[in-house]
Design a binder for this molecule. Structure first.
Ligand SMILES: Cc1cc2nc3c(=O)[nH]c(=O)nc-3n(C[C@H](O)[C@H](O)[C@H](O)COP(=O)(O)OP(=O)(O)OC[C@H]3O[C@@H](n4cnc5c(N)ncnc54)[C@H](O)[C@@H]3O)c2cc1C
Length: 218
């Protein structure tokens, strides 16, 4: 199958690595299958979402995955069973292995279409209410520390609205850094460091980025 293919067999769905989460969630809804309600508002592809173990509202990809097929840069294909994948909070054992996710098999749960639709609507409404979706961002910048929320800590040290160039800690949700115009990567990195320093200084907690930093600084 291709990277954009989806193949449904009862409660098992085989999904290409390039399929986007919102489209996949809507497909599951049309088939009265529950499990992907969390994915409806996440701008991810299946491959990226598995790599990062994307999740929200108490659900994540890792709990749905039965099997993942990958290819490496020499063209070697491999199938990983769920027991081999070790999903954690925004992590999977596929990270740092330089593999490309070709497809995955997910197990969903049959449920009433109206109930699935209601959960999706509630999740989307909650995102619109608390997240700064009117500006470009990379989503949550920092992982939540155990039993706490990164956004709460950043807000408490008074950094909501703090700017470096056009990069700004969102006044709406402090764990988002938004681009107000033409922020450069170095502005965002500098803001990440400022937040880490201030939260560590005042709260004694070193926030760990959830975002992956790609490319060269400068
Ligand atoms: C407004 C907003 C809200 C968000 N909300 C959430 C949320 O609620 N929960 C959440 O978990 N995330 C959230 N995110 C983050 C984002 O959607 C995730 O990072 C997602 O898991 C990966 O997205 P992507 O597919 O575009 O991959 P990218 O961001 O392009 O890549 C992420 C990593 O995966 C790798 N990768 C991508 N595709 C493949 C593939 N086929 N095979 C192997 N590796 C691959 C990349 O190399 C990179 O290392 C949000 C982002 C935004 C902008």
């Amino acid at each position: 199958g291709g990277l954009k293919d989806v193949f449904l067999q009862r409660d098992m769905i085989t999904v290409g690595g390039g399929v986007r989460f919102p489209a996949l969630a809507r497909m599951a809804l049309r088939s009265s299958l529950s499990g992907l309600e969390f994915a409806v508002g996440i701008p991810a592809t299946l491959g990226g979402g598995i790599m990062m173990n994307a999740g929200a509202f108490g659900q994540d990809m890792g709990s749905l995955v039965q099997e993942v097929e990958t290819i490496d840069h020499q063209g070697k294909q491999q199938t990983w069973s769920k027991g081999e994948l070790c999903f954690g909070y925004r992590s999977s054992s596929l990270q740092d292995q330089n593999l490309i996710v070709l497809k995955a098999v997910l197990r969903l749960t049959p449920a009433l279409k109206e109930d699935i639709a209601a959960r999706m609507d509630a999740n989307l409404a909650s995102r619109c209410k608390i997240q700064p979706l009117d500006f470009p961002s990379a989503g949550s910048v920092f992982r939540n520390p155990p039993h706490d929320h990164a956004g709460r800590l950043i807000e408490e040290v008074g950094l909501k609205g703090h700017r470096i160039g056009d990069a700004m800690v969102s006044p709406k949700h402090a764990n988002f850094i938004v681009n107000c115009g033409s922020a450069a990567g170095r502005d965002i990195l500098a803001l990440i460091k400022t937040v880490q320093k201030q939260v560590c200084g005042e709260k004694g907690i070193m926030l760990v980025p959830e975002v992956l930093i790609m490319g060269e600084e400068g």
